[in-house]
Write a protein that binds this ligand. Structure first.
Ligand code: BGP
Length: 486
């Protein structure tokens, strides 16, 4: 029997403004945290978290610096000037959906401006029109690693309660403006990432909170994002009838390193450190285990009256997530921890191959995650990031990326299994970095994910010309046949 994806399955690809657009000082755009994120290589390539240990002085230096090659996101893939040809290529592949983000700083350059920037609003009008012209539905992330830098320096980022109101105003403006163009929305990208990179996600810089427990600051900022996300969901539903709003989390599949009960328990606990965010956004309340953590660790969150009601009243409609890898977990990880640079992996699984960056390639892990999430939430799921970051070589105007085709092929088969055998309700799939963009963890262009190659190196040199990789036609065929060719 030929297996296929469900009718109307939303195939597509994903990017984020901060890694794709460039044009950091054009069109009235303000400066975001991402525009001040220094090239990872000369910070400390050995530590995944290093680029987030940013100080106030780093930001001040960045603001003075004219050397854009230190800040690769400033030009990124130059999507700001190439989006029309890029969307045309997505249409050629048959995309039904394009996940992208709006840069807050194009709409409100400083976050606290009285009036929105018309040039920024017009830019996204044009981008959405271009998508709709080809029948591609935009799926828009409201916030993907780019709080305005002004909010960091003058309000201490999401730690400040006032930022909720500024975000709500931004959401009101974009929902009103794009109500006839955008149905699918995500509030915060990888909402759990505040813990891993508080600067890019929350605009939090540790040296600005002397004497404070930084964990507490992080959870306070999280609380503000939960309230803001619920309010954003409310606004979307009110302004755009029939719109769907999702949460977005980083989904790693965790395996106990051994069958020792201690390791199994540890894996369960670690999984909760991601679930606590989606539990809160789906069920509209803090889970008991998170409240227990606050109590046990002396974390005091300031809440205003009504916050919990707002969270309860406006939960998300669907659950979206990124999936790149699985990881092993052990109670005693001494000597087991991986030393690979820029990896999210704690302990390597000896049964699974890894990418050039030590991210473990585990298609069955994707099925396990789909089943876990669907059993837990009973809400439609959307895979909004997945893919293989690799070192591609452009030869005679193309890239022979059979390794990427193999990666996708294996993951798509497991998605089919999850849908057909496990009964998972999967709305769609957008591969990460459908066109090459700057990598978040390494700040390099040379960690490439796309079906489309962008001629540009780690320092921003190149023609920025686009080339189809071998995977381009392969993905086109998958979409054309709705997976029957797999
Ligand atoms: C996710 C982010 C993306 C993206 C992706 C791949 O965490 O939402 O912004 O970058 O990871 O990671 P990287 O670019 O580090 O390879």
């Amino acid at each position: 029997m030929v297996r296929k994806f469900p009718e109307g399955f939303l195939w597509g690809g994903a990017t984020a403004a901060n890694q794709y657009e460039g044009g950091w000082n054009e069109g009235g755009k303000g400066i975001s945290v991402s525009d001040c994120a220094r090239h990872h290589l000369d910070v400390d390539v050995q530590d995944y978290k290093a680029h987030n240990s940013i100080t106030t002085k780093d930001i001040e230096d960045a603001l003075k610096s004219t050397d854009d090659s230190l800040y690769p996101k400033r030009h990124a893939s130059d999507g700001y000037h190439h989006y029309k040809e890029d969307i045309k290529m997505y249409a050629e592949m048959g995309f039904k959906v394009y996940r992208m983000s709006i840069a807050w700083t194009r709409i409100f350059p400083n976050g606290d401006d009285k009036e929105p920037n018309e040039e920024g609003l017009k830019f996204y009008d044009d981008v959405f029109d271009e998508c709709l012209k080809y029948g591609i539905e935009p799926l828009v992330t409201m916030s993907h690693y780019e709080p305005p830098i002004n909010l960091v320096l003058n309000y201490d980022g999401w730690a400040s309660r006032e930022v909720i109101d500024m975000f709500v105003r931004y959401v009101e403006v974009i929902c009103e403006r794009y109500k006839n163009k955008v149905k699918y929305w995500l509030t915060f990208n990888e909402v759990d990432s505040m813990i891993r990179h508080p600067y890019t996600t929350g605009g939090l810089v540790e040296d600005r909170f002397p004497g404070r427990n930084f964990q507490e600051v992080i959870f306070q900022a999280m609380h503000h994002q939960f309230v803001a996300s619920a309010l954003a969901t409310k606004i979307c539903h009110e302004k755009i009838p029939g719109s769907k709003v999702g949460c977005m989390l980083t989904k790693l599949t965790y395996y106990p390193y051994t069958c020792k009960p201690e390791d199994v328990l540890q894996a369960q606990q670690d999984m909760r450190s991601t679930y606590c965010y989606s539990d809160t956004q789906v069920f509209g309340e803090y889970p008991a285990y998170l409240l227990a953590k606050f109590k046990n660790e002396g974390i005091h969150i300031k809440m205003e009256e009504g916050d919990l009601d707002i969270m309860k009243q406006y939960p998300v409609d669907f659950v979206s997530f990124s999936y790149y890898s699985s990881s092993c977990v052990a109670k005693n990880a001494d000597g087991l921890k991986t030393t690979a640079a820029n990896t999210m992996i704690a302990i390597k699984n000896p049964h699974i191959p890894s990418s050039d960056w030590g991210w473990q390639i585990d298609p069955i892990g994707l099925r396990i995650s789909l089943v876990d999430l669907y059993d837990r939430y009973r809400k439609p799921l959307f895979i909004v990031e997945n893919g293989l970051g690799a070192k591609d070589e452009l030869v005679n105007g193309t890239v022979d990326d059979q390794y990427r085709i193999d990666y996708f092929d294996a993951h798509f088969r497991e998605m089919l299994n999850a849908i057909e055998i496990d009964g998972v309700d999967l709305m769609g799939y957008t591969s990460w970095g459908c066109i090459d963009i700057v990598s978040e963890s390494t700040k390099q262009m040379s960690k490439r994910y796309g079906f489309i190659y962008v001629d540009c190196d780690d320092e921003g040199n190149g023609t920025y010309k686009r080339y189809k990789k071998k995977s381009f036609d392969w993905y086109k065929h998958v979409i054309e046949t709705n997976g029957a060719c797999l």
